[in-house]
Design a binder for this molecule. Structure first.
Ligand code: SF4
Length: 1002
């Protein structure tokens, strides 16, 4: 036997188990992967029973072991199937088996569930491309028309529901629910509704009817999307397992062949299996049920990827009478770390009473519980502690910082950067790196010179020597002339203004873009990238991470070429826009494990790893546990086939995630709690400290001092950004141009935080929407208001504008005679012509909705007798240091001086709360009162979407408050406070490519 003599009794029992089902419950650090690989080795080398000759299907090749002597009493490699969930885990298992049995010629089949199923299907002539989640999104987005969405669509964002729909369909597939099953379910609901409808009141009936219509839409879209994917010659990853189960059910001969082939099936990370996977296993394994499942229910953290909870319960039902082995000896952590982790996980419902984890290691250092008042102070303390540890000899690579979500690491990255502590981030998307954002900006303007945001970024790079005041002039001109920055500069070049461009690199940039545009007409996108790199004279030394990012992007392009019918830059950028809209990320290569840098990663990414020192960052309310995001489309409980989930499943899964984080630590563990003084900490901090003896013995609390905010952020200069991995870092990029100035690395952060020119005596000109933009994100306000960066037309605004014009036209016509819908339709059609939507589907959807809304609008207003006093009434109200500007959509008379002010809305219909809180309506009221000397007795949002008004009022006190709020914003603007406020708004922001908050600066 190979190396099994080193196994402890529990491990040995698991490895040497004979025939029949076996469940191995393996606590963290208990050698799970070692046990499963040793079991494979054990089966191969002797005690697994003699192999029968398997019955094979045509095309199934049996790997042959070198030398008959090694087949001995062991079973053949081809009779073993080992399944896991990630390619990485499969490779690791293969490596270990190969290491244990170097003489073996062919390994058993060790693969992911998906890879195994794909192979089974391919052998049955299944020749389809595989689509991941993002690919499916893009495919459906390109075929939206065929989906016939009604409830699950947003006009302003046609693809908004596609992920939710796909998640729902995947969830169905995880439960082996097919479109036909779901249709039957929807039909049954409809029948039930018809029976009880007479007993319901009107509102209840309408509500229930809408719910049923939604289910019917889901059923229709489920079938349609499946059809669209198949017509494209593809299959979604999620459909592989159900398809294989169906194949096995449909063709018993095929199933029998696999059953006879695989005499032993082993499954790693069994806690992550779902109903469909368990069903697949049930089919594959026949008496005497030689299945070995290894896992730990305490480490089930992938429900979001489709893992079921209660996988072990399903195992019990599928393979009754199985043997269970507990691996409860932890070889990793100190006793104190394990005791604290155990207190936490004991709060969860667990598979069954497990023995407590034991370790032969020493007591060790206490678990440090940091208590910080805010995230800035937390980051500063941790960075100091890391500096102290490394100063005393801990290699940076022995330290890991784990967080619940990537965004939480930013303050710590900033602190590491200042202290020049080397760090490496796992799970980083190359799309947020400076080099890739630069190259994408170039590709964008090669494709379309009208992309002003990309042009702004490119002009900022040192190579083009383009002073900011000149760039600002060009942007202002572009805004004035309603053209692109590129065209504005082009017009300077052709006129007397050409002198302005002297000394800049515009002529060279212009030539470069022209040449590459021409080249891109016939060259593949990979060649365009290569030529761009050449023209920018950009190359990388082997250790430069930027070289790795560019290489990864090149691979991404090559993969796209492989699945695309076209290979041009235009086609790629169309795809890439969808890719990003779908939330696609391109993961950066994993940092070299030999890199001596602090390892930063999400807790999910840390699963399976271990480090001498671990910091768990920001265990704070709403961060850890993370706020629950319920699926937009709930899976009906009636269709669930697996065990029902516990009520608090989200909190339990988050607790398991923290447990996984805690148990990565070998010697020192820091849990960092953040809560403002007097506020409750995360519920998990209460859990961790809930056992008084353990707390007293094993936890040391550390109060973290508050670090005052810094008055002005130090300019983030690019040279610092280049010192990420090790300091001092050798020069890694070679820029060969004559001036030595680079065509990449614009000083974005410094530029974006540069003070705006605001003269103290100058009155600020603000509108309600500008103030709202400032409130949403001051940096965005800076980009649009002071840096004057022109952006493209937004479909929602274009549509809103057309609808506003139509509403105004209606009342103009009404002054003469009653208005027919056809008259308004003619006006609508005429202005629509010049609207310039870029997305056909969206244009048609908007057009259809717009006409329908106008039809109802005409009908609703046919009996209105009072006509507006004015439409689009402009105002400029002097509030001292601010001039408040805007236009009131419509002013309706009520009595002599009392008026109703109407703001027309398109898009989501506003609620009463929206109207009560609306700054826009408050500003209208102020202008009417103080400039037009009217009494704004009624303020109305009129939604053109549902043709319903929502009315509100403002008291004089409300308006005084609004005035002070406006002055407050003005004061912040005068103080030059324009920090980025990343969040939900970024999704709809045109400035992402030049926003420092979206740039990984190290
Ligand atoms: S991308 Fe986000 S953080 Fe940046 S300017 Fe836009 S809204 Fe602000």
């Amino acid at each position: 036997m190979h190396s099994t003599f080193k196994l402890n009794p529990g491990q040995l029992k698991a490895v040497e188990h004979g025939e029949g089902p076996l469940l191995i419950i393996a606590g963290p650090g208990s050698g799970k992967t070692r046990v499963i690989t040793q079991r494979i080795v054990h089966l191969l080398t002797g005690a697994g029973g003699a192999a029968e000759e398997p019955a094979l299907l045509p095309g199934m090749a049996i790997p042959v072991r070198r030398g008959e002597e090694s087949s001995g009493a062991g079973i053949q490699a081809e009779n073993i199937l080992a399944l896991t969930f990630t390619e990485k885990a499969a490779r690791e298992m293969q490596r270990r088996v190969r290491e244990a049995l170097p003489e073996i010629e062919a390994l058993p089949q060790i693969s992911t569930f998906h890879a195994f199923c794909y192979e089974v299907l391919r052998k049955r002539h299944f020749e389809r491309a595989l689509l991941d989640k993002v690919d499916v999104w893009i495919l459906l987005r390109q075929r939206m028309e065929s989906l016939k969405l009604q409830f699950y669509q947003k006009l302003a964002e046609p693809g908004a529901f596609l992920h939710s729909l796909n998640d729902f369909f995947s969830r169905c597939q995880d439960e082996l629910i097919e479109p036909a099953d779901f249709e039957r379910y929807a039909e049954a609901l409809e029948k039930e509704f018809q029976e009880i409808a007479p007993s319901l009141d009107a509102a209840g009936r309408a509500l229930m009817h809408e719910e049923i219509q939604k289910k019917q839409e889901l059923a229709r879209v489920f079938r349609n999307s499946r059809k669209l994917i198949e017509e494209a010659g593809a299959s979604s990853l999620g459909s592989l397992i159900p398809e294989t189960v169906r194949l096995f059910d449909r063709e018993p001969v095929v199933l029998e062949s696999y059953r006879r082939l695989f005499r032993h099936v082993l499954v790693d990370e069994f806690q992550d299996t779902n109903y469909a996977q368990v069903e697949l296993l049930k089919r594959l394994v026949q008496p005497p049920y030689n299945i070995t499942a290894v896992g730990d229910d305490d480490q089930a953290i992938y429900r979001f990827r489709g893992a079921s909870h209660g996988a072990f319960k399903m195992f019990d039902e599928a393979f009754p009478g199985h043997k269970t082995v507990f691996l409860d000896t932890n070889f990793r952590s100190t006793q104190r770390i394990l005791r604290v982790a155990d207190v936490l996980i004991a709060k969860n419902d667990r598979y069954e009473a497990k023995p407590e984890l034991r370790t032969s290691r020493e007591e060790g250092a206490p678990v440090y519980l940091l208590e910080s008042p805010d995230f800035r102070s937390e980051a500063a303390w941790i960075a100091d502690e890391v500096a102290r540890l490394t100063h005393h000899g801990t290699p940076p690579g022995d330290i890991a910082v784990l967080y619940r979500a990537h965004g939480y690491r930013d303050p710590l990255v900033e602190q590491f950067r200042r202290r020049k502590i080397p760090f490496a981030i796992r799970g980083l998307s190359i799309l947020s790196t400076v080099i890739m954002r630069d190259l994408v900006a170039y590709l964008n303007i090669i494709h379309s010179a009208r992309d002003n945001v990309s042009m702004t970024r490119v002009l900022l790079t040192p190579r083009w020597n383009f002073p900011e005041d000149l760039a600002l002039e060009a942007r202002k001109q572009a805004l004035r002339d309603r053209c692109s920055i590129y065209d504005a500069l082009g017009s300077w070049q052709m006129s007397v203004a050409a002198t302005r461009l002297e000394g800049t690199g515009w002529t060279e940039l212009h030539r470069l873009l022209g040449d590459l545009r021409k080249y891109a007409e016939h060259a593949p996108v990979t060649a365009v990238l290569q030529r761009l790199l050449g023209r920018l004279e950009l190359s990388f030394l082997p250790q430069d991470p930027d070289g790795g990012y560019v290489g990864t992007f090149r691979k991404f392009l090559e993969e796209w070429l492989g699945k695309s019918e076209s290979w041009t830059l235009d086609a790629f950028l169309e795809y890439f826009e969808y890719f990003r809209e779908a939330g696609g990320q391109i993961e950066a290569p994993e940092p070299d494990s030999s890199t001596d840098a602090v390892q930063m990663m999400s807790v999910h990414a840390a699963k399976g790893l271990e480090f001498p020192v671990v910091f768990i960052l920001s265990v704070a309310p709403r961060r850890f546990p993370h706020s629950e995001q319920k699926p937009v489309i709930e899976f009906p409980g009636a269709l669930r086939k697996g065990p029902p989930p516990p009520a608090n499943i989200h909190e339990q899964e988050e607790r398991r995630l923290l447990y996984v984080g805690l148990t990565r630590a070998e010697d020192r563990l820091y849990v960092s709690s953040v809560a403002k003084p007097g506020k409750k900490p995360s519920v998990f901090i209460n859990d961790l400290t809930s056992n008084a003896p353990v707390e007293a013995r094993d936890i040391e609390r550390i109060q973290v001092r508050e670090v005052p905010p810094e008055p002005v952020e130090a300019p983030r200069e690019q040279p610092v950004a280049r010192e990420r991995i090790a300091a001092p870092k050798p020069q890694s990029s070679l820029f060969g141009d004559a001036t030595g100035a680079s065509g990449i690395y614009p000083p974005i952060a410094e530029w974006a935080s540069r003070p705006a020119v605001i003269k103290p005596e100058e009155k600020l000109q603000l509108s309600a929407s500008a103030i709202e933009t400032y409130d949403t994100c001051p940096q965005k306000f800076m980009f649009s208001h002071y840096l004057k960066i022109p952006t493209g037309p937004q479909p929602a605004l274009t549509f809103g504008n057309i609808m506003h014009q139509c509403a105004r036209r209606y009342f103009e016509l009404r002054r003469q005679r009653p208005v027919k819908f056809e008259q308004l339709q003619a006006h609508f059609e005429q202005i629509w012509k010049g609207a310039g939507f870029e997305d056909d589907y969206q244009e048609q959807a908007y057009k259809k909705a717009g006409l329908e809304q106008l039809r109802v609008f005409v009908d609703r207003h046919k009996d209105v007798t009072t006509l507006p006093l004015s439409a689009e009434a402009h105002f400029a109200l002097d509030l001292g240091d601010v001039v408040l500007e805007g236009r009131i959509d419509q002013i309706n008379p009520i009595t002599d001086h009392s008026v109703e002010l109407v703001d027309y809305k398109t898009g989501r219909a506003p609620t009463q709360k929206d109207a009560d809180k609306s700054l826009q309506l408050s500003v209208y009221a102020l202008a009417a009162r103080d400039q037009m000397h009217l009494n704004p007795a009624r303020l109305t949002f009129y939604s053109l979407t549902n043709n319903e008004p929502v009315r509100t009022v403002r008291t004089p006190k409300d308006l005084d408050l609004v005035i002070s709020e406006i002055h407050e914003v003005a004061a912040q603007i005068r103080q030059q406070l324009f920090p980025p406020k990343p969040g939900f708004a970024c999704k709809y922001c045109d400035y992402v490519l030049i926003c420092p908050a979206h740039e990984e600066i190290f």
